[in-house]
Design a binder for this molecule. Structure first.
Ligand code: ADP
Ligand code: MG
Ligand code: MG
Length: 486
């Protein structure tokens, strides 16, 4: 396929190959290879493993993606890993940048409170583990790769994302010739094994053979198989490590960590009688994860301990939208990074980002709301404000006295080129105009001065109907996809 090929266009699958046949084959592949999620319509599917499964939503064929942009995105991963680590060490920067946000956003304020407590006791994290995902879209107007956001907590789909690449490779090995698509152009995707490897290596650095890796998850999680894939890989590579998956056989939630956990005088975190080496958060990123004080106590308890937190409270804060916007200001990257080329590479992928104390830009956004996205300090999809709502919200916030605007940032809206794609959801295939978002996973592990790991590790392509603003797969907006390099 030539470099000029339109993005995302899959040759009409109807040409010689039956779509229905491929859909059936793909759905069977998902079922027998664990590319599954809990089915919304099954009440127990989010709590009882093995009950009420449905194939994860997927695109029938991989989306075309230019190799040059792919390379650019991969190269950025270790630089972003490094940046997160450097910024995390500057507690004052995090507190100052978020100081106005904290006045109007209770959730961010609570995170900052924990962070302040750690600063007060001068808490140092010698071993630091980051499992990140930096998300990008290709902007058709400027023909450039622009970052949507950097996730530093609960970066999801390393497990299922890796499998989609395998699914597409399998389909192209069978049908690729007829479709004119070469399966070798799908990059290998090791996200799940490499995230597991990073967790295992963190456990090794902790150097206590009887300590467990604890995964903190939501009490109800339909995306539990994505998490089980990590545990599975971990058990294969490190059979002697014991994992808690909450709420699996050892059922825990943040609230239960509070009830059963303690920090010993030497800093050891003990939960349910076991020493914890690594706390891996797949919960805790949303206000909904903290329905009572107990969950906040659990978060603080874990932060106070010597266990490796993935992420630590500082890593978590570095991933906020506000910090993304602060880092995009002139001369801020230079505070944290020395290498000029790295700085230039990062800056190149930054879209326009503004704080709302910039009256000029607020005025422009009210006039042309379709050119912007209004973002609160939230994760997990479904929180951004667009178009007409964006205009109304800005007008309302302007009228309110005080700091109401400080809860948000404004971002340049990115316009990827739309293309026709076959999407499969709940066994049903439909064709629609779609746009895609490429996430690149990064793993970073450091022990004092030694960088143990700093890698790009796999990717996640998500494709959504172009008329939908939001992009979450778990939130029901997008399907899992992979890429075919052009
Ligand atoms: P979250 O942390 O909730 O995932 P994101 O910043 O990733 O927040 O926004 C959610 C979704 O909104 C993205 O997956 C993407 O589809 C869409 N989106 C976010 N920012 C932009 C933007 N600047 N231009 C176009 N779409 C965007
Ligand atoms: Mg996010
Ligand atoms: Mg996102």
């Amino acid at each position: 396929m030539s470099a000029e090929a339109p993005l995302g266009v899959t040759p009409a699958a109807e040409d010689g190959v039956g779509v229905a046949e491929m859909v059936e084959e793909a759905a069977v592949w998902c079922a027998v290879h664990g590319l599954v999620v809990g089915d919304r319509s099954q009440p127990r599917s989010g709590t009882v493993p093995g009950v009420g499964l449905v194939h994860a939503p997927f695109s029938l064929l991989p989306t075309h993606f230019p190799a040059s942009f792919w390379k650019q995105a991969c190269e950025l991963a270790p630089i972003f890993n490094d940046l997160v680590d450097r910024v995390s060490l500057d507690g004052e920067f995090l507190q100052d940048s978020l100081s106005r946000t904290r006045q109007v956003d209770d959730f961010t304020a609570r995170l900052l409170d924990i962070h302040v407590k750690m600063m007060e006791v001068n808490k140092k994290e010698d071993i630091r583990l980051g499992l990140h995902r930096s998300d990008y879209m290709l902007d058709s107007e400027t023909n450039s790769l622009l970052q949507i956001e950097l996730n530093t907590i609960s970066s999801s789909f390393p497990g299922l994302g890796s499998l989609v690449s395998e699914l597409h490779r399998t389909l192209l090995n069978r049908y690729g010739k007829d479709l004119g698509l070469d399966s070798k152009r799908i990059p290998r995707n090791w996200a799940a094994t490499q995230f597991a490897e990073a967790l295992g290596m963190a456990w090794t650095q902790f150097n206590n053979e009887s300590a467990v890796i604890m995964m903190v998850v939501q009490p109800e999680e339909r995306n539990m198989y994505d998490q089980y894939w990590l545990i599975n890989h971990l058990k294969e590579s490190y059979p002697f490590i014991i994992c808690f998956l909450f709420p699996c056989n050892v059922k825990k939630t943040l609230a239960q960590v509070e009830a059963e956990g303690q920090v010993l005088p030497d800093g050891t975190l003990v939960v349910d009688g076991r020493t914890v080496s690594v706390v891996y958060f797949r919960a805790g990123y949303s206000p909904n994860d903290y329905p009572s004080e107990a969950e906040w106590k659990a978060r603080l308890l874990m932060e106070q301990s010597s266990a490796i937190k993935c992420p630590s409270i500082s890593y978590h804060l570095v991933g906020t939208k506000k910090i993304q916007q602060e880092l995009a200001k002139p001369n801020v990257l230079e505070r944290f990074l020395d290498n000029k080329e790295d700085i230039a590479k990062l800056r190149k992928c930054f879209a326009g980002l503004w704080s709302l104390d910039n009256e000029e830009i607020v005025k422009t956004a009210i006039e042309k709301p379709d050119l912007f996205v209004l973002k609160p300090q939230r994760e997990g999809g479904g929180n951004n404000i667009y178009g007409h709502d964006l205009r109304e919200t800005l007008i309302r916030l302007q009228k309110e006295q005080g700091e109401a605007l400080a809860a948000y940032i404004l971002m340049q809206r990115i316009f990827p080129r739309a293309s026709l794609t076959h999407l499969v959801q709940g066994g049903v295939c439909f064709e629609d105009l779609t746009i895609s978002e490429l996430g690149i996973y990064g793993a970073y592990l450091r022990n004092k001065d030694k960088i143990v790991m700093n890698n790009q590790c796999g990717y996640l392509m998500r494709t959504k109907v172009s008329s939908s603003n939001e992009g979450g797969v778990a939130a029901g907006f997008a399907v899992l996809d992979s890429i075919l390099l052009t």
